[in-house]
Design a protein around this ligand. Structure first.
Ligand code: MF3
Ligand code: CO
Length: 266
């Protein structure tokens, strides 16, 4: 069942969404060559607790960390380790919080120093796919319209849209109905209504769409070893444009954060 949230509930979703955005930006700012994934994870946890919020992923289905850190060919659910980032890597930071009983969830893929043109094109394409999907989130539109928006950006590049993971409703739980696939063949004609709160999260491989999960039981990697990117926002459907609950200060996309990084052209 897909819920329509009350104004009070949406207010609470705004608060947690803003906090997710603030902390995710602080963590993204720490991304540099030499930083380890566990350092990013512990920064995310202490910044969250300082704000009085609870890391949403820690303890979720046995997951033991605050962040998911997915480097290069890792698609999502990479586990923080003592691996140090290197110049030219790309790292997906996926992060969720609980505040006053409501969840926020967002992700960004960040370049580590200057990156290859191929990597930048992948990140740019995936981020554009997310914002095209957000623009399709209008009352009366369907989940197929969202998936078509993602495909409209990604397919001309012949990159692979990952099918095994989907966006989702969000609220008092991290994952609520509906599931929000990023490819049209997987999407239903379910219609969006004002007050629905959903997360959109396209995952795109530079090569083929296939994935496998490593023996740690979590880390999803592209089957062909190609680079992969992931961007995610939580939003609320309104009578007009969707309101992005996890947008960064400075506005879309991500408060201009990526444009400011060397080697990353939008
Ligand atoms: N942001 C992801 C999602 O939307 C991550 C959750 S997996 C977790 O599903 F186990 F790390 F929590
Ligand atoms: Co999510």
């Amino acid at each position: 069942m897909v819920q329509v949230k009350s104004n009070r509930e949406i207010e609470a979703m705004r608060r947690v969404g803003k906090l997710v955005a603030k902390v995710l930006r602080q963590v993204a700012t720490l991304v540099k060559p030499g930083v380890t994934l566990l350092e990013l994870d512990s920064a995310a946890e202490s910044l969250s607790r300082d704000e009085g919020a609870i890391p949403a992923f820690k303890g979720y289905q046995g997951y033991r960390h605050t962040l998911c850190t997915s480097v290069n060919e890792q698609i999502v659910h990479g586990i923080p380790s003592d691996r140090a980032l290197k110049e030219g890597d790309i790292i997906g930071l996926d992060f969720g919080l609980i505040l006053d009983g409501f969840y926020g969830d967002s992700a960004i893929t960040v370049p580590v120093g200057p990156i290859s043109e191929q990597a930048a094109e992948l990140c740019q394409t995936t981020m554009r796919a997310l914002y095209a999907a957000i623009d399709a989130c209008r009352a009366g539109n369907t989940l197929k319209d969202i998936a078509a928006a993602v495909e409209g950006v990604v397919n001309p590049k012949s990159f692979g849209i990952v099918r095994e993971f989907v966006g989702h409703g969000i609220g008092r739980k991290l994952h609520e109905d509906p599931q929000v696939p990023n490819y049209v063949a997987g999407a239903s004609s379910f219609k969006l209504k004002p007050g629905m709160t959903i997360c959109l999260e396209p995952m795109v491989n530079r090569g083929k769409p296939g994935m496998r999960v490593l023996s740690d039981g979590w880390t999803a990697v592209s089957a062909d070893g190609s680079l992969s990117a992931h961007y995610e926002h939580a939003l609320v459907i309104t009578g007009g444009d969707a309101e992005v609950l996890t947008e960064w200060d400075g506005g879309r996309p991500y408060g201009g954060f990526l444009e400011k990084l060397a080697g990353f052209q939008l």
